[in-house]
Design a protein around this ligand. Structure first.
Ligand SMILES: COC(=O)c1cc2cc(CO)sc2[nH]1
Length: 237
């Protein structure tokens, strides 16, 4: 997978050189390039922003540098983190992980001139995505989050792909609690069932835990959970 990130703060992406994402880059699973938007400015001050038409506080990112940057690195699927975007979900992570070329545009100030998005949409797929109902200084941190969600889904990145099947949101439920040694810690015991060696009962216990956790913490997910995935034993849980 090829990824291009365009930002006025390219140093923000140093974390993408670490750990499993860094490994994905060195092994060639991920071809990631970070670009400084100012590369595509032509004035001596390398200006990327200007005052908003219609007035209002702050500054808006100028269209010219963005247009030239996207011409240079595109075409691909343009992903723009934004408070006005579609809520990003694990399903979106899977969709993006299956694509050949992603381009991330990191907004700053009050945002990017709308014509940049509209112009890009005339020649490549564009997705504006939100990570949640809160506001950040810009898109950079959101890109790091999205890049982690995507990269871990790339074949070969996670040592044990089984982790992907049991994790939260993979099967539409929150995952069960996890435990490791010691069996007793500060007078708190690991549930006996998990030490029974009875893998059928352990699977049932974990599923019951997932269902009750999801029902209590995320009723919205429970409502969306396909009823035919619930067997009659689940319905009693
Ligand atoms: C100028 O601000 C941005 O470009 C910006 C991008 C994002 C992404 C957020 C999380 O959904 S909040 C936010 N602000």
């Amino acid at each position: 997978m090829r990824v291009d990130i365009i930002s006025i703060f390219p140093d923000y992406f140093a974390p993408l050189e670490l750990s499993l994402i860094g490994k994905a880059r060195t092994t060639g699973l991920l071809d990631l390039s970070v670009h400084d938007l100012r590369t595509w400015t032509s004035d001596v001050h390398r200006t990327v922003d200007d005052t908003p038409y219609g007035g209002g506080p702050g500054m808006v990112m100028r269209p010219e540098p963005w247009g030239q940057a996207l011409d240079a690195v595109g075409p691909g699927t343009l992903v723009v983190p934004s408070p006005v975007g579609k809520p990003f979900t694990q399903a979106d992570a899977y969709e993006l992980a299956a694509l050949e070329h992603l381009i991330f545009a990191c907004g700053r100030y009050e945002g990017i001139d709308q014509r940049v998005i509209d112009d890009a949409a005339s020649r490549m797929p564009v997705r504006e995505v939100s990570l949640g109902d809160y506001v950040l200084f810009g898109g950079e941190v959101a890109v790091i989050v999205i890049m982690e969600a995507i990269t871990r889904l790339l074949p070969g990145v996670l040592g044990n792909a089984d982790s992907l099947t049991e994790e939260s949101h993979a099967a539409g439920l929150l995952e069960a609690p996890v435990y490791t040694k010691p069996a007793s810690w500060r007078d708190r015991e690991v549930p006996d069932i998990l030490r029974s060696g009875d893998h059928g009962r352990i699977a049932r216990w974990r599923r019951d835990q997932s269902l009750s956790r999801t029902a209590s913490r995320r009723p919205d997910m429970m409502a969306a959970y396909p009823l035919d995935h619930l067997d009659k034993a689940d319905r009693k849980a």
